[in-house]
Design a protein around this ligand. Structure first.
Ligand code: ATP
Ligand code: MG
Length: 580
């Protein structure tokens, strides 16, 4: 590709709305342009990177035996009504009507559509297993689209869905995808980590997220310094230290105390001269329409995903002000376990068993209670692990030390079980002629998010530093010909030679100043730069620069192809990659 005939609209300044480095650099390097909030145009260079990511993902899916399909982006509401998701998917689902007043949505994911397809086609165990995937545009009306390609409203995803006849097969499908993801992300050149993720009502360890480790990540990963344990914060188990059950231990009679103006945990603690670990925080939620209360110690954070899984439901939200008033008979901020409406089951974090004599809300304005005993003064429906893990907690698997890191979720593998096949009656006849629902799995990869993630991991003050496997072009050949026809001619010759080798190269044959060319090559982040100037030509050499390390070496012109191939191999290997 000749830059003189290409379109690379680079920008000198960072765009005002760009908060993270990948967003800034994708814009500045002329790879994307914003159309409207969370919706982007992919320009020629940007699209090349996206396509390279997609191709690696495609190859690894094919290798794992998945078959590529392409499903519609427009989906009829009735499929979503069959699974119930039309009601509870919420406002991320963009809905609209056609001319006949029928309801549709833009696909944020394709479980319904794929299950509908497969139930119509597959009837016998002999046709299973099957794994279908697509690489396609998704639409999610994200509440906070931001960070450019990282959290768009429209984005490109690879989604695969497996259908199996038994548990054993479903497990194999899951781990085949797990393996394919590891291969794909390694080939892309990402530093990543698979972590245990929440699998909702399904339980077990059949959900993993693949996290790219980067400071700007929106997710937090808890991982062990000694063993392999790594989990998304919302999933990470907390192991409560052993200790006697204190719920029935002696405790002075519970009494109300006026706490005027004290709302937060800190304010109440200051007012009553106690530390937050002596206080119970009572949080009111609604899970699929039913109210539920969760209790944690004042110095802890309640994990709503754990609470939702405990009561068994799909959607958990904070109770709104009206409901809080109804359940507590008090303004917001004074809920407590004693005297709460009988309509609310109360679940407590296991840690609360280890002590008594608590301070808590009194379900009365400006009032708290002290000397509360959970065993005596209220009804607790159950004790369970309900809190968010903290860096001071022990590793739930080996007892070792935990550390927190930030990550960007680039992929997700998930065993769905019978969730969709039962509701949508995707069944088959087994070996004995019995009708059974298929066991499903779903597997997503954020193709466009990966391009942004790769930049978050690899950049410097001059611009992007692309891994060679997904760079828009692997190498940029810069001709400093200017008016020197000999240099220009030799550069043409070298460009032809590189193309002959099947290496995809950008050829900077423009009549620009050298400084402009160098800065632009750095900004775009081609992993390799070759610079031919008058002096080099005279001395029979061309300068070769490794964008990542900045190392410059000279390659001989008379044996160029061989020397270039060897250098290129070295660059790829330094990225931990194999040349193709
Ligand atoms: P997140 O927690 O980041 O919202 P998710 O759990 O909603 O992600 P999935 O439904 O598992 O994501 O989608 C599969 C993959 O699609 C994710 O792993 C991620 O890489 C990508 N993805 C999800 N939402 C977006 C988005 N708004 N913009 C770009 N990529 C996305
Ligand atoms: Mg999401």
């Amino acid at each position: 590709m000749r830059l003189s005939k290409y379109y690379v609209p680079t920008l000198k300044e960072d765009p005002a709305d760009a908060e993270v480095v990948s967003h800034k650099l994708l814009m500045r390097a002329g790879m994307i342009r914003k159309l409207t909030s969370g919706i982007y145009n992919y320009l020629p260079l940007g699209l090349r990177s996206v396509n390279k990511v997609a191709q690696i993902v495609r190859e690894e899916m094919d290798r794992a035996g998945a078959l590529e399909v392409l499903l519609p982006t427009v989906q009829p509401a009735d499929l979503w009504q069959e699974t119930g998701r039309w009601d509870y998917y919420g406002r991320e689902l963009l809905r609209f009507k056609d001319r006949h007043d029928r309801d549709y949505c833009l696909g944020p994911t394709h479980e319904e559509v794929i299950t509908d397809l497969v139930r119509g086609e597959i009837k016998s165990y002999k046709q299973l297993p099957v794994n279908l995937y697509q690489i396609q545009t998704k639409f999610r009306d994200e509440i906070r689209p931001r960070f450019g390609l990282m959290r768009g409203r429209e984005f490109i995803m690879k989604d695969a869905y497996s259908f199996d006849k038994d548990e054993e097969g479903a497990e194999k499908s899951y781990f085949d995808m797990f393996g394919a993801y590891k291969k794909a992300f390694s080939r892309i050149g990402l530093r990543f980590k698979p972590v245990q993720a929440d699998s909702g009502a399904i339980g077990g360890d059949f959900s993993h997220e693949f996290m790219v480790l980067a400071e700007t990540g929106e997710d937090t990963i808890a991982s062990c310094k000694s063993c392999e344990f790594a989990a998304n914060l919302e999933k990470a188990k907390v192991v409560v230290p052993d200790g006697p059950d204190m719920t029935a231990a002696d405790c002075p009679a519970m009494e109300e105390v006026a706490t005027p103006g004290a709302h937060t945990v800190d304010e109440v603690c200051a007012f009553l001269s106690v530390t937050p670990d002596k206080l119970i925080k009572t949080l009111l939620f609604v899970v699929d329409g039913r109210p539920v209360a969760g209790l944690v110690r004042g110095d802890r954070e309640l994990n709503d995903v754990k609470l939702r899984n405990l009561v068994g439901g799909n959607e958990i939200e904070f109770a709104d002000e009206a409901l809080v008033r109804k359940l507590t008979n008090a303004p917001v901020g004074f809920a407590g376990p004693a005297g709460l409406s009988k309509d609310v089951p109360v679940y407590a974090d296991s840690e609360l068993k280890l002590a008594t004599d608590w301070v808590a809300g009194a379900n009365k304005g400006d009032t708290h209670v002290r000397h509360l005993s959970l065993g005596r003064d209220c009804e607790v429906a159950g004790y369970a692990d309900l809190r968010v893990i903290e860096p001071t907690d022990a590793c739930p698997e080996c007892g070792g030390e935990i550390e927190f890191t930030k990550g960007i979720e680039v992929g997700h593998v998930f065993k769905l079980g019978l969730k969709y096949s039962e509701k949508m009656e995707a069944t088959f006849l087994d070996e004995n002629g019995k009708t059974k629902p298929m066991i499903m799995g779903c597997y997503g990869i954020g193709v466009s998010r990966i391009v942004a993630s790769a930049i978050e991991q690899n950049y410097d003050e001059n611009g992007c530093i692309f891994p060679p496997s997904i760079a828009p072009f692997e190498v940029c050949l810069i001709s400093l010909g200017g008016k020197d026809q000999d240099v220009a001619d030799k550069a043409e010759e070298l460009y032809a030679e590189i193309m002959q080798m099947g290496v995809d190269a950008a050829f900077d044959d423009r009549k620009e100043r050298p400084g402009v060319k160098f800065a632009e090559a750095d900004l775009i982040g081609y992993p390799m730069q070759l610079v031919l100037g008058g002096k080099g030509l005279k001395n029979g050499i061309i300068e070769a620069k490794d964008r990542k390390t900045g190392e410059k070496i000279e390659l001989p012109l008379d044996n160029f192809a061989e020397a270039f191939a060897a250098w290129r191999k070295r660059i790829w290997n330094n990225w931990g990659l194999e040349t193709n």
